[in-house]
Write a protein that binds this ligand. Structure first.
Ligand code: FEO
Length: 175
């Protein structure tokens, strides 16, 4: 059975994942309207991932005898300056998510809730990958330049296939 304070922070995380999903959907739509189809595909797919993170938490809360709260999602930011801004926003949002995940890990351990602590390890790994991917994409964007032509054309075309240069697996194997 979940302790009320753990249930509360998990539900807060449900809300945060939902907000991230809505923000990435908004960015994807903005990119699509600008003709940046690779950027749009990247953010649409990321939005789906965040929704999946939300659902995973909802199921966990309910399975542990808690009650998952389905949050109202506030209207996400829309109307962005350029592609660099949206990837900086991605990195900033993921860093914040990492911070929240760390807090849940810390609190569940302090509360002796080892099941939640164990469950949250998946999110710790996921956040590591997401932050690394955002960082990698920003570096590639820097190299490409963000004017709509030349390097940016290739960046946009190849973006959906980008992988983070760092993953927990590559750290394990020393690659
Ligand atoms: Fe599910 Fe990227 O936070």
């Amino acid at each position: 059975m979940l302790k009320p304070d753990i249930e509360k922070i998990l539900n807060k995380q449900v809300s945060l994942e939902g907000e991230s999903s809505a923000l990435y959907l908004s960015i994807g739509s903005w990119a699509e309207s600008k003709g940046f189809h690779g950027v749009a595909e990247f953010f649409y797919s990321h939005s789906e991932e965040e929704r999946a993170h939300m659902l995973k938490l909802i199921k966990f809360i309910n399975e542990r005898g808690g009650k998952a709260e389905i949050p109202a999602i506030s209207k996400p930011k829309s109307g962005f300056k350029d592609v660099k801004e949206v990837f900086n926003l991605l990195l900033e949002t993921e860093r914040e998510n990492t911070q929240r995940v760390s807090e849940i890990v810390h609190k569940s351990l302090k509360a002796g809730d080892y099941t939640t602590h164990n469950f949250m390890q998946w999110y710790v790994t996921e956040q590591m990958e997401e932050e690394a991917l955002a960082q990698t994409v920003l570096e590639k964007l820097e190299m490409a330049g963000d004017s709509p032509g030349g390097g940016f054309y290739l960046f946009d075309r190849d973006l959906p296939g980008f992988k983070a240069s760092f993953t927990p697996d590559s750290a394990d194997s020393g690659n």
